[in-house]
Design a protein around this ligand. Structure first.
Ligand SMILES: [Zn+2]
Length: 238
């Protein structure tokens, strides 16, 4: 009896150590799959990707705030995933490839002046009859996005003065107020250059054949004379 007590205690202690070790080992084993499921889907190897449905992997790629409503359109989804690096997103008016003047789900289009958008859509329908499609390269922009474009232009052109020939400030840009659109490709701007005035759509700057604004009087009077570039535009002298 006297000798069995310590023996039993020792055995119990050994069992506790083994149990603790088992807990540690199982935690490690469980931890591996948990960690792997948290890892970005880009880490999935081709062999494991068959187990992940496309919608699951798209969900993993979304890094927006958890409370944010997820957009329904897949194109916005992909764009949001891509655009966060530079600090501006689709919500600031960034336009992914292939957006038309009918794509209301993009703020760059939806936040355009209603009259400008109406004229653009009417023109786009008629251009379509001629086999020409309008694509939106840029439309409405947030002040933050405009500011970023200006910074990029200054670094590209080397000076604020030269950059001003191409990019306005957030205070003066007609894109920020939703009153300007940049259209492409070249067959679309060629079509607008010929027929735009019939819809009140006018090229404003000679150096920007893609930049159009609404000039309703153009329907009767034709488009006003163009400025050589934005620095000649009185609206930019603020
Ligand atoms: Zn423009």
């Amino acid at each position: 009896m006297i000798y069995r007590e310590p023996a039993r205690t020792a055995a119990r202690r050994t069992r506790s150590i083994i149990l603790a070790a088992l807990v540690v080992v199982s935690a490690a084993l469980i931890g591996i799959p948990v960690y792997r499921s948290l890892a970005p889907s880009s880490s999935s190897s081709p062999s494991s990707s068959s187990a992940v449905s496309p919608s699951d992997s798209r969900h993993d790629d979304h890094h927006g705030p958890p409370g944010e409503a997820r957009p329904q359109a897949p194109r916005i989804d992909r764009a949001l995933d891509r655009q966060t690096r530079s600090g501006v997103s689709v919500a600031d008016g960034v336009v992914p490839d292939g957006v038309t003047v009918f794509d209301d789900e993009f703020p760059a289009v939806a936040k355009l002046d209603a009259d400008l958008l109406g004229a653009l859509r009417q023109a786009a329908r008629d251009a379509d009859d001629d086999g020409v499609e309008f694509f939106v390269n840029s439309g409405w922009r947030s002040p933050k996005y405009q500011e970023q474009l200006l910074r990029e232009a200054i670094s590209k052109y080397g000076s604020e003065k030269e950059a001003a020939r191409w990019v306005s400030t957030p205070d003066t840009s007609a894109h920020v107020t939703g009153e300007a659109i940049d259209i492409g490709p070249s067959d679309a701007t060629a079509w607008l250059s010929k027929h735009g005035a019939d819809y009140g759509l006018c090229q404003i700057y000679r150096n920007e054949p893609w930049h159009y604004e609404l000039r309703p009087e153009a329907i009767n009077e034709g488009c006003p004379a163009m400025y050589a570039d934005p620095t000649q535009d009185p609206r930019m002298q603020q």
